[in-house]
Design a protein around this ligand. Structure first.
Ligand code: NAG
Ligand code: NAG
Ligand code: NAG
Ligand code: NAG
Length: 373
């Protein structure tokens, strides 16, 4: 009787243990991989902090390097920057099918006329595209370009794994046709850019005559992802070390014109097989001795919460398509400055930002520091 009861309890115990163990086993490998790779990567980043191997292992002959980036233009506008003093050239990574996103950008932050009339500066906005492989889409593109004259297209298939080809296209275009633009920005077509805030900030940087300037949301010592099911999977043959050099999230980053020249130079001698474009940009910059600086109001890939107190300083926010008009209207409204122009308004906004950025919250976007600056 007693014995049986003990047995029953033991059995329950055993089963629970087995269950917990099997759950742990299933998730262990993934957990282990992530933790171990981050630890390896971080120790690499902070103990050695030297990526001298990049130059030697990525350098190829000029002829070989040329093969990665010398695609033919199908649509081009060589004179977009001619005879104007361009403060900011924005080359938007788009895809042939994303017609609506481009329309949304043209009528909001990508409006060159707005920048000229309201802010007194010249910006240039062009959309960078590969080929879709569908003749109807290509015809529609021709029509769209005929109306707006702001598409640049080369003859490679527009896919995720060809993003580095698009990166080379961006830097080659900027170097060839707009090298005098003071700043260059690479941005995704689902990103919101607060053009007035960005322009004011860049004007200040331009007056200080900054060089080797590269800002965005910085990934420091990120490990390559070795899980085959990940979109960002990179095999050992492509990148054999445990840590990438620092780079800015591809969603949106800004560089000064001397960095454009340097990245262009690097691209003439580097093996561009690595298809993660922002990492490849980091490799080019590292070889040329340029490192990125964190700007807390650039997001890495999240959508910033809608709030009047956030718009005052915001630079970029990710994941906007349908709400682009709404956000543009709200974020550029005169009310934003009115709210933060007096003491109580600023106090209120600090409280709001502490709540938004410093409390544990799955949608954290800007760092907690943003509440106090
Ligand atoms: C990279 O290596 C090449 C030769 O492999 C050398 O000519 C070049 O100066 C190096 N660049 C830097 C920035 O060290
Ligand atoms: C661009 O801005 C100008 C001036 O602010 C405005 O008149 C025009 O309608 C805007 N264009 C689009 C496509 O929204
Ligand atoms: C990249 O573009 C080239 C040229 O169109 C194409 O042959 C290749 O399949 C594309 N690569 C990927 C991974 O889509
Ligand atoms: C470029 O790197 C890849 C590995 O990522 C390698 O297979 C290829 O042979 C290299 N290309 C050249 C021209 O060295």
């Amino acid at each position: 009787m007693n014995l049986r009861r003990i047995r029953k309890r033991q059995l329950m115990h055993l089963m629970t243990t087995c269950f917990i163990l099997s759950v742990v086993m299933v998730y262990w490998e993934q957990l282990d991989n992530n933790i171990v790779s981050y630890m390896k990567s971080f120790s690499y980043r902070y103990l050695f902090n030297s990526y001298n191997f990049l130059n030697t292992s990525f350098t190829v002959s000029r002829e070989e390097a040329e093969r990665f980036g010398s695609r033919h233009y199908l649509i081009n506008h060589k004179r977009k920057c001619t005879d104007v003093d361009v403060l900011l050239l924005l080359l938007v990574k788009s895809s042939p099918e994303n017609v609506e996103r481009r329309a949304g950008i043209r009528s909001t932050w990508g409006n060159e006329t707005y920048a000229f009339h309201e802010l007194g500066v010249h910006i240039r906005v062009l959309f960078m595209l590969g080929e879709s492989g569908h003749s109807q889409v290509e015809q529609d593109l021709m029509q769209e370009d005929w109306c707006h004259g702001d598409l640049i297209q080369q003859d490679f298939l527009d896919t995720f794994h060809n993003l580095t080809v698009k990166l080379l296209m961006q830097f080659r275009w900027a170097h060839a046709y707009c090298a005098h633009a003071r700043f260059f920005m690479s941005v995704d077509d689902d990103v919101f850019v607060h053009i007035p805030n960005l322009v004011h900030y860049l004007q200040e940087m331009a007056s200080k005559n900054v060089q080797d300037f590269w800002i965005g949301h910085v990934h420091k010592g990120s490990p390559p992802i070795r899980r085959k099911d990940s979109k960002y999977y990179v095999p050992y043959e492509m990148y054999q070390w445990s840590s990438y050099p620092d780079y800015t999230a591809g969603a949106g980053y800004v560089v000064s014109r001397n960095v454009v020249a340097k990245i262009y130079q690097a691209s003439l001698t580097l093996n561009a097989t690595l298809y993660i474009d922002d990492v490849f940009m980091g490799i080019c910059a590292n070889v040329m001795g340029v490192s990125p600086q964190e700007h807390i109001y650039f997001t890495g890939g999240e959508k910033v919460p809608y709030h009047i107190c956030v718009y005052d300083k915001m630079m970029t926010s990710h994941g906007h398509v349908k709400d682009m008009h709404y956000l543009w209207k709200e974020a550029t409204s005169p009310q934003v400055k009115q709210t933060t122009s007096w003491f109580l308004g600023r106090l209120y906004c600090t409280m709001v930002k502490i709540k938004l950025f410093c409390m544990p919250n799955p949608f954290t976007t800007y760092p907690c520091k943003a509440a106090f600056l």
